[in-house]
Design a protein around this ligand. Structure first.
Ligand code: GDP
Ligand code: MG
Length: 437
């Protein structure tokens, strides 16, 4: 979707003058792009007519940068389509109860664990409740997940009634002072009456603050239909879109809210337990338009980069005392942030770069760099100038790399230092705010 939309809008970008016919032509392509992305056709129709109306409006066509303005309108309307602003969890009771529902394989159990971890990071004390007694090993799956993130899991085995399990789970949470209970439930392959009846019973008994529907974004239009059905029966409080990492079309993300009126609250971005993000419509819209998701990137960086170290690093860069020790620290922080290609994809402009998706950032290369730096003596790390030919040979042998590897690293380091020097002299006197903030 991104690519098609971007190429359609690209035609407007640098244009000095835009007339109605231009807008019409571009909107035809936007419409096709959305339909191809499996966005609900009613949603597409309304979207296109809203954007067209605004785009041919006086203030846009008469502005100095009409191309940019149209893109801005598309961005705003995409954001509106997905709910406008971030929809947060409403956890009011004590303990608050979150009930997870959805079809088999949608990602309920995985998301229960992710959500528990997410809430724990916000200083909550979650309890997970294993309410899927039908799928073999479902309970064990949740228990293993719970162990890995050190969050307790309540279960009564697979012979008990799920309604009773949910009730006792909540009672136990109360007893033990947990403030959030996440109830994992069973799914079927299709929505059916028996399933809904059981879920309704659980809902009646535990009176959840949130009923979250978990749907697989990769199923596109089906995900939206499932959401519509569940919402009719259960009146959901929110949707979690999983597997958004594998969803290249984005149809479900764009349609769910406007079809069901139910906001997407979280997005699953991978199989790992920390791959859950609060869903931000405006950021998703920017991502789709290839404008990058700078805010998510910054949040990621802030969560993973030690703020003290970042400030220190910045100070050193400015005073040009940057050494290989600092280089190593920086390397470690970057590694903590996750796969480099994922980070690059969030940067403005990078999304359009062909082949980025398939680019494998070479983790081995990073490992080599680390090994070489670790083989350096203290002196060498502080004063790289002293690393002569014989030292280079020693470093290569000590780190299990080649002299070429060592040469390359030292050259990169020197280049970086040079760049910093230029940068500092450029910004000197301007008193810029630091990146560590
Ligand atoms: P449940 O039947 O609804 O409980 O689904 P599970 O939690 O067992 O998940 C089914 C499969 O989907 C598992 O293999 C998960 O690892 C995978 N999965 C869940 N969420 C995501 C996600 O956000 N991204 C990706 N790539 N895989 C996911
Ligand atoms: Mg499950």
């Amino acid at each position: 979707l991104s690519e098609r939309l971007q190429s359609a809008l690209q035609k407007l970008r640098g244009k000095g003058k835009v007339n109605e016919a231009d807008v019409k032509a571009v909107m035809r392509e936007v419409r096709l792009a959305l339909l191809e992305a499996d966005v609900n056709f009613k949603v597409v129709k309304e979207f296109v007519s809203r954007v067209s109306e605004r785009a041919v409006g006086q203030e846009v066509l008469k502005s100095l940068t009409p191309g940019q303005q149209v893109i801005k309108v598309v961005n705003e309307e995409l954001t509106q389509l997905m709910g406008g602003s971030q929809a947060k969890l409403a956890l009011n009771s004590k303990p608050s109860v979150i009930m997870m529902v959805g079809l088999q394989g949608a990602g309920k159990t995985t998301t229960s664990g992710k959500l528990a971890l997410h809430l724990q990071k916000q200083n909550k004390r979650p309890l997970l409740v294993a309410g899927d007694v039908y799928r073999p090993a479902a309970i064990r799956q949740l228990e293993v997940l719970g162990e890995s993130i050190e969050i307790p899991v309540f279960s009564l085995g697979d012979k008990e009634d799920p309604v009773k399990i949910a009730e006792q789970g909540v009672a136990k949470a109360k007893e033990e002072g947990h403030d959030v209970v996440i109830v994992d439930t069973a799914g079927r392959l299709h929505v059916d009456e028996a399933m809904m009846d059981e879920l309704k019973k659980i809902r009646e008994r535990v009176k959840p603050d949130e009923v979250l529907l978990v749907v697989d974004a990769m199923t596109g239009q089906d995900a939206v239909n499932v959401a519509e059905n569940f919402n009719k029966e259960m009146s959901l409080t929110g949707v979690v879109l999983t597997k958004l990492d594998g969803d290249t079309r984005g149809g479900a993300a764009l349609s769910v809210k406007s079809v069901t009126q139910c906001p997407v609250k979280f997005a699953g971005m991978g199989e790992k337990v920390d791959a859950l993000e609060p869903f931000h419509p405006e950021r998703m819209a920017s991502r789709i338009l290839g404008m990058g998701d700078v805010l998510t990137l910054i949040e990621k960086a802030q969560a993973n980069v030690d703020q003290e170290k970042a400030r220190e690093l910045e100070r050193k860069m400015r005073s040009q005392q940057f050494t290989f020790d600092d280089f190593l620290t920086q390397l470690e922080q970057v590694k903590n942030m996750g796969p480099l290609d994922e980070l690059l994809g969030m940067m403005p402009g990078m999304g359009q770069m062909k082949g980025l998706k398939n680019m494998q950032v070479d983790e081995k290369q990073l490992g080599k760099v680390e090994a070489i730096i670790r083989s350096m003596t203290r002196d060498e790390k502080q004063n790289p100038e002293i690393i002569n030919a014989s030292r280079r040979k020693r470093l290569a042998a000590g780190s299990g790399t080649t002299v070429q590897d060592v040469n390359r690293l030292i050259k990169q380091f020197m280049d970086m230092k040079k760049m910093m020097k230029q940068f500092t002299s450029m910004t000197k006197g301007k008193k810029k705010k630091g990146m560590g903030r």
